[in-house]
Design a protein. Structure first.
Length: 153
C-alpha cells in the first residue's frame, strides 16, 4: 500500500508537528462518541445509546468489551468490527489518510482505539491471528500502545 498524505480535521485543535511528520488526527468536538459518552455517564444503557448513536465507535467498543468480559468472543468480534469500521469512517472524514498518529489522550479518538483493541483481542481468541496482528500493528503505527488503550476501560 502506498503512503498517503494526511491533513488534520479543520474543526479539531491546531497542532504543529515540529518534527515534520504527519500531524495527529483528532476527531472533532461534534463526534457522536462524545454525545454517546455523556448519555451513558448520565445512566442510559449502552444498548439504548447504540440505537441512538449507531455511528459511535465508543458504544460498539463498550459492547465488545462487555461481550469479551462474559466470554462471548464471537459477539465481541462483531461489535468490535462494527466500532472499528465506524471509526475508520470518522477518521477519514477528519482528514486521516491511512497513516499517522491517532492520540489516545484525545477523548473523541478513544472509542475507535478501544474498538480496535477489542477487535485485536476477539480476533486472537477466535483464531484470527493475522487480523489480531494487523490490529496490534495498527495501534503501534498510530502511536498508541495496547496498554494505554486498555487503561481506558
Amino acid at each position: 500500500m502506498a503512503a498517503m498524505s494526511h491533513a488534520p480535521h479543520p474543526s479539531g485543535p491546531a497542532h504543529t508537528n515540529l518534527l515534520g511528520g504527519i500531524a495527529p488526527t483528532l476527531l472533532g468536538a461534534d463526534h457522536p462518541d462524545l454525545a454517546a459518552r455523556a448519555e451513558i455517564a448520565a445512566g442510559r444503557s449502552v444498548a439504548d445509546v447504540a440505537r441512538d448513536y449507531p455511528s459511535s465507535s465508543y458504544v460498539w467498543a463498550l459492547l465488545a468489551e462487555e461481550a469479551l468480559d462474559r466470554g462471548d468472543e464471537v459477539t465481541a468480534y462483531a461489535f468490535a468490527r462494527t466500532g472499528y469500521h465506524r471509526g475508520l469512517d470518522s477518521l477519514r472524514r477528519a482528514g486521516w489518510r491511512g497513516q499517522g498518529p491517532i492520540p489516545v489522550d484525545h477523548e473523541a479518538n478513544q472509542g475507535f482505539l478501544r474498538a480496535l483493541l477489542a477487535l485485536a483481542e476477539a480476533a486472537e481468541i477466535i483464531g484470527e491471528e493475522d487480523e489480531a496482528a494487523r490490529c496490534q500493528t495498527f495501534l503501534a503505527d498510530s502511536g498508541v500502545s495496547a496498554d494505554a488503550v486498555a487503561r481506558l476501560r
